[in-house]
Design a protein around this ligand. Structure first.
Ligand SMILES: Nc1ncnc2c1ncn2[C@@H]1O[C@H](COP(=O)(O)OP(=O)(O)OP(=O)(O)O)[C@@H](O)[C@H]1O
Ligand SMILES: [Mg+2]
Length: 322
């Protein structure tokens, strides 16, 4: 089966063929047409920022800026001045007036990343901005009207935070008109081969070092690992694999040890393989031994080159990147 082309929208690639993800993307596209406030949730590295960009690129705001701000990374006062701007002399060191990110994103989309980390004071300020659709720069008495679509993202369970009184309920309801929840990668491992090949192509281009095949053994380990760091971790694993590869084939030897340990045992038994799996593994083994020379590999396998090519093409796990 040929993998479907990545979903493309103005350089926003979301690679998936997982039914739940496809449903999520369809919802994201539908809400992109409205100005509804969205909360994107999911574990770290599941693609929250990418999905926020996807919404932006499918909206009528796509020609205006998309700005992401990590609310957890900045101290409360600094975050207020970043988001709302400040007047000259508003605080020590404010030598000149500064425009806030809400204003910079005017007409576009502002991603408030890690919104669950905001202090109570900031939550109150943000609620006011959403309600009034205007911002007041720090140290100013004037307010500035804004037209910005807000997308909030968090790896936390905001509802649980509301229950624990760590997040304001009124703000929660304002933000959470629609929640887009990204499943962890271990719940969509069927996407691992597609993602692995997508990142292979990406990192190969960046490193200018051609690695365009992943052996069945390596792919098998990649589709059984549980990925606590989700898609970012898979991307890093492939990047490392490309860097360590000495030929155009990424083998299991270039994968970090813990991947083999964690994925081992997930397969019921090495002996209990289907014929197709066994064949796949053997073809990969022979290709590796022949330095990916297909003519030689076909000879050893006792099949003609066209048959070998067909097997490689129809093999989900070993697809040459065009
Ligand atoms: N489905 C996907 N297809 C292609 N690339 C993806 C996909 N999902 C995530 N990525 C890539 O994986 C990396 C991590 O994604 P992103 O930064 O959006 O995750 P995040 O959930 O915001 O992570 P964090 O919680 O750590 O901030 C990015 O480089 C992103 O482009
Ligand atoms: Mg993020």
């Amino acid at each position: 089966m040929t993998p479907p082309a990545p979903t493309l929208s103005n350089n926003v690639h979301i690679v998936t063929q997982d039914p739940i993800m496809l449903q999520l993307l369809a919802t994201a596209e539908r809400i992109a047409k409205t100005s509804i406030t969205v909360v994107v949730t999911g574990q770290s590295g599941t693609g929250k920022e990418l999905l926020a960009r996807y919404v932006h690129h499918h909206s009528e705001r796509r020609k205006s800026p998309f700005i992401a701000v990590n609310c957890g990374a900045l101290h409360e006062d600094l975050l207020a001045s970043e988001l709302f701007g400040h007047e000259k002399g508003a605080f020590t060191g404010a030598n000149k007036a500064k425009q806030g990110l809400f204003q910079s994103a005017n007409g576009g989309t502002l991603l408030l990343d890690e919104v669950g980390e905001m202090s109570e004071q900031m939550q109150i300020k943000l609620l006011r901005v959403i309600q009034e659709r205007e911002v007041q720069p720090v140290g100013s008495t004037k307010t500035i009207p804004i037209d910005v679509r807000i997308i909030a993202a968090t790896h936390r369970d905001l509802q649980a935070q509301v229950k624990a009184k760590q997040f304001r309920q009124d703000l929660y309801y304002r933000l959470n008109v629609i929640e887009l929840n990204l499943p962890p990668l271990n719940q969509r491992l069927g996407d691992a081969p597609l993602l692995a090949q997508y990142f292979l192509k990406q990192h190969t281009q960046q490193m200018q070092h051609t690695v365009d095949l992943i052996t069945p053994k390596a792919m098998s380990a990649l589709t059984r690992y549980q990925y606590p760091g989700n898609i970012r971790e898979l991307s890093n694993i492939i990047e490392r694999g490309v860097a360590l590869s000495t030929s155009n084939t990424l083998t299991e030897h270039t994968l970090p040890d813990h991947i083999h340990q964690h994925s081992a045992g997930k397969q019921p038994s090495a002996q209990l393989q289907t014929l197709a799996e066994r064949e796949q593994e053997y073809i990969g083994f022979v290709l590796e031994k022949c330095n990916n020379n297909k003519k030689k590999a076909a000879e050893i396998l006792g099949i003609d080159r066209v048959s070998l090519w067909r097997k490689l093409k129809t093999d989900n796990y070993l697809t040459r990147i065009k």
